[in-house]
Design a protein around this ligand. Structure first.
Ligand SMILES: NC(=O)c1ccc[n+]([C@@H]2O[C@H](COP(=O)([O-])OP(=O)(O)OC[C@H]3O[C@@H](n4cnc5c(N)ncnc54)[C@H](OP(=O)(O)O)[C@@H]3O)[C@@H](O)[C@H]2O)c1
Length: 391
């Protein structure tokens, strides 16, 4: 027997909203038992440009949202406003769909100092890169296939250019370190430059290629970057297949933790939204907020990408003649970049060109990028066809 009710207004009844409504309508007794009060879906709002809308938090309402763009861009202000108005904002579904991430940081790992978080956090690009790797498809064909399979939107540009992953990393990093990371502070490169041959070379070198969102703590500052990366085949994130997401984190007490699952879709995302609703209802019934409120330190900044130390892979199309290897090596030496492997791959006899594949030891990203630009300008070099960081 439960007493009382939490009245819920649902804005949007699309992929996620319709699954939330379905679970609230069909799973009512079970949800009420878990929450300790009834969860009543009172209102559903769909698009109507004529209609005035109340701003939820200011009207003293708790908010449960799946909207990553709003949380990435305005999360810190919304969370501060929520504290001011004594309401709560839940946003588990905004990152990683059904994978429990926000609550993991906020409650289960709150005894830890989080040192780093690396993630495959965009299912569309993971599916696309996977098909390029296994099927040899071009980027365009792999995107078309992802659209046909329902894993990519009609306009997938926010996924392909890494923006969606940058929004999610801004949220994850902010919560993990309790600092303010704005999406425009996250270094971002999309997957447009990757070609099928890079997967073949990567595999020969012992790597997979993934779009990686990575953040790491340094004294007084953090790294925050999203870009395609070569990642060792035995790294847990290299095993995250298809449209799945994976988050690999390290805390000082817990050590390494891997969370993998469906990062999007109506049902997984509704799992997070309805879970938040139950948590909220429980807090209301008990008259206490079961989760600590946020206090985000704004003195900790993001390290400019040029200062980040990483490794890189270069694929260079150059004239197949003597002196070219020495000229390329000379640029690396002048930039203070130590070479890890240098291999001559396919040769085009008629054109008298060959492909050189170089991987480096760790160096500042600025040096790695300068080396790329300078190699591209060498007289014997036709193009630096690919530049991918090695994770
Ligand atoms: N789909 C996923 O896998 C996923 C995963 C994680 C997070 N999210 C987030 O969840 C949210 C919903 O995604 P979705 O995939 O369910 O989108 P969707 O299928 O496009 O549905 C959006 C819904 O919102 C309504 N809507 C749009 N603008 C509105 C407005 N100004 N006022 C009132 N209603 C409005 C639409 O109304 P009409 O039906 O009238 O157009 C529609 O019902 C987004 O913020 C998305 O980023 C989605």
């Amino acid at each position: 027997m439960v007493e009382g009710a939490l009245n819920v207004g649902l804005i949007g009844l699309g992929t996620v909203g319709s699954q939330v409504a379905e679970r609230m309508l069909t799973g009512q007794p079970q949800l009420a038992r878990r929450a300790g009060i009834d969860l009543c879906l009172r209102r559903v709002l769909v698009r109507d440009p004529q209609k005035q809308r109340a701003v939820a938090i200011k009207a003293g309402k708790h908010v449960v949202t799946a909207n990553k763009v709003v949380m990435a861009k305005h999360g810190p202000e919304l969370l501060e406003l929520a504290v001011e108005r004594n309401v709560d904002v839940y946003f588990e579904a905004a990152v990683g769909g059904g994978i429990p991430l926000i609550s993991t940081f906020r409650t289960d790992l709150q005894a830890n100092r989080i040192e780093r978080v690396s993630a495959v956090i965009n299912g569309t690009t993971n599916y696309v890169l996977g098909r390029m790797a296994t099927g040899g498809l071009s980027l365009l064909d792999a995107v078309r296939e992802a659209q046909a399979a329902g894993f990519a939107e009609a306009d997938p540009s926010d996924d392909v250019d890494g923006l969606d992953a940058a929004y999610k990393l801004a949220i994850l990093g902010s919560i993990a370190y309790e600092i303010k990371i704005r999406p425009d502070e996250v270094f971002r490169e999309g997957i447009e430059g990757i070609e099928p041959v890079d997967f073949r070379y990567a595999r020969e070198l012992g790597y997979a290629i993934k779009l990686i969102a990575h953040t790491q703590r340094h004294p007084g500052r953090v790294e925050a970057r999203v870009h395609p990366a070569m990642i060792a085949l035995d790294h847990p994130l290299a095993q995250v297949e298809g449209a799945n997401n994976g988050v690999f984190l390290e805390g000082d007490l817990v050590g390494q933790v891997l969370l993998v699952g469906q990062g999007a879709g109506g049902r997984p995302t509704a799992s997070a939204v309805v879970g938040d609703l139950i948590d909220l209802a429980r807090s209301i019934r008990r008259g206490v907020q079961s989760r600590p409120s946020f206090s985000l330190d704004d003195r900790i900044g993001v390290i400019p990408m040029g200062e980040v130390v990483t490794r890189a892979y270069y694929r260079v199309r150059a004239d197949d003649r003597t002196g070219v290897v020495a000229a390329v090596g000379q640029v690396f030496a002048e930039e203070g970049v130590s070479i890890s492997s240098f291999i001559q791959k396919d040769a085009w006899v008629e054109e008298q060109t060959a492909e050189l594949v170089v991987t480096t030891h760790p160096a500042s990203d600025a040096s790695l990028q300068r080396a790329r630009d300078r190699i591209g300008q060498l007289e014997a070099v036709r193009a630096v066809s690919s530049f991918v960081r090695v994770f």
